[in-house]
Design a protein around this ligand. Structure first.
Ligand SMILES: *Cc1c(COP(=O)(O)O)cnc(C)c1O
Length: 407
């Protein structure tokens, strides 16, 4: 045992309290991304309640929509979530380390030579093609692996999945028993549009084929699908976006809580004469003596260039000292100019943090300025931010365990 440990070999995070760690991260950070795990858990619980008696899974692909797969999976697992969906095997390995006993499905499914990884991680492929199913069967026969797999059936999305006719072809196998299929699922293409006729069509198609897979749990609904009504919920619902605070019902108010807050630092305050222009291309002209705050976030941080402001087109807004202020000129890679002329002269200062997401600016609002959806905003949030996690405390049972002996 190494008694006189070299302090340099100990990561700072084990030496500092969470508060001290946070302060240290903040001191050097040009951006701070705060993920509220309690809000994530509250959103998941709300979805779980609306889906009862169906089980509520957690979709944590793409690093839990940018929020941190490890932290989110732990928090959801502590809240009672037992089934997780990821896109890739690498993501599955991360989630497996976080939640040792949960069921994990991998949406991209099975490729030749990935069987050993499936068995090692103990996760299940979502199989969306008959060749893939045949290869999976070969792997299971050869190795004796019986970890289970989902069958994905396409009901109109035309992305992944067996056709309904192909799925009918494996019904005899289901009826014969011992088939190794643990879930039958499909995916809705337009669930966020309540009255889109595609929803009823997909529901009818899925209902029929899922009933032929007798005894196999069925799943159709993503976040928005949960809000289409109980007939869409089957045995398991698969929300992602709504867990992270994105509005699953864009035609109505957002029933979910916001989850992320994003701040960037003011690098410089500068004054412009009337008629001067700002940024690349000089596309924004000061129409009055103008004060700018140059902030330390740009498109390389996931603050999309599409939210730039030019003469004649407004861009995104950020909250500076409690007030909304507009972007001025083109957003560049690392920096963005904000027009703070309307604030008190001393309200915005070098080193202050301003709010890009939060204080009333939602992910969905930003998505509108970026010309995209909240999903892309979250999954684009950059790696240069200091990341801070709030809440997500372990359940009482875990907290009551005796503390580990130091050293
Ligand atoms: C991403 C995904 C989900 C989650 O969708 P949200 O709209 O984020 O709730 C569910 N099922 C499948 C197949 C997916 O790819």
């Amino acid at each position: 045992m190494n008694i006189a440990s070299d302090p340099k070999s100990i990561p700072a995070s084990t030496l500092l309290s969470p508060e001290a760690n946070q302060a240290a991260a903040l001191a050097t950070a040009t951006g701070v991304l705060t993920v509220d795990l309690d809000a994530i858990v509250a959103n998941w619980r709300k979805l779980e309640k609306s889906a009862v008696p169906a089980e509520c899974a957690g979709v944590v692909k793409a690093n839990a929509y940018g929020c941190g797969a490890d932290q989110v999976a732990r928090a959801l697992s502590n809240a009672g979530c037992k089934t997780f969906f990821v896109a890739t095997l690498d993501e599955a390995a991360i989630v497996r380390a976080a939640v040792p006993t949960a069921v994990i499905y991998v949406l991209d499914g099975f490729f030749q030579n990935t069987g050993d990884a499936y068995a090692r991680i103990d996760c299940r492929p979502v199989i969306g093609d008959l060749n893939e199913l045949a290869e999976w069967d070969v792997f299971c026969r050869r190795t004796g692996w019986s970890g289970g797999a989902a069958i994905h059936i396409d009901t109109g999305m035309n992305r992944l999945g067996l056709t309904v006719a192909e799925a009918q072809g494996i019904v005899p196998r289901i009826n014969a028993g011992d088939h190794g299929i643990t879930l039958v699922m499909s995916h809705l293409a337009s669930a966020e549009l309540l009255n889109n006729p595609a929803n009823a069509k997909q529901l009818a198609a899925f209902r029929e084929i899922a009933s032929a897979f007798s005894g196999v749990p069925a799943s159709l609904a993503n976040s928005s699908g949960v809000f289409l009504g109980s007939q869409f919920q089957f045995d398991l619902v698969r929300p992602g976006a709504a867990v992270y605070g994105i509005n699953p019902t864009p035609e109505a108010d957002n029933p979910m809580q916001p989850v992320v807050e994003l701040k960037a630092r003011i690098v410089q305050i500068r004054n412009l004469e009337r008629g001067e222009t700002v940024g690349y291309g000089g596309t924004w002209t000061a129409r009055r003596p103008t004060r700018l705050a140059i902030i330390s976030a740009g498109y390389a941080d996931g603050y999309f260039r599409a939210a730039s402001a030019n003469d004649g087109t407004r861009g995104a807004e950020v909250v500076v000292a409690g007030k909304r202020c507009p972007v001025a000129g083109r957003i560049s890679m690392d920096l963005t100019a904000i027009d703070v002329t309307d604030l008190d002269k001393t309200a915005a200062r070098r080193g202050h943090l301003v709010t890009l997401i939060g204080e009333g600016i939602t992910v969905d609002e930003l998505a509108h300025h970026f010309g995209t959806i909240g999903y892309e905003v979250l999954t684009s949030l950059g790696k240069r931010y200091a990341r801070i996690y709030k809440g997500g405390a372990a359940p009482v049972e875990a907290a009551a365990e005796p503390p580990a002996v130091p050293g």
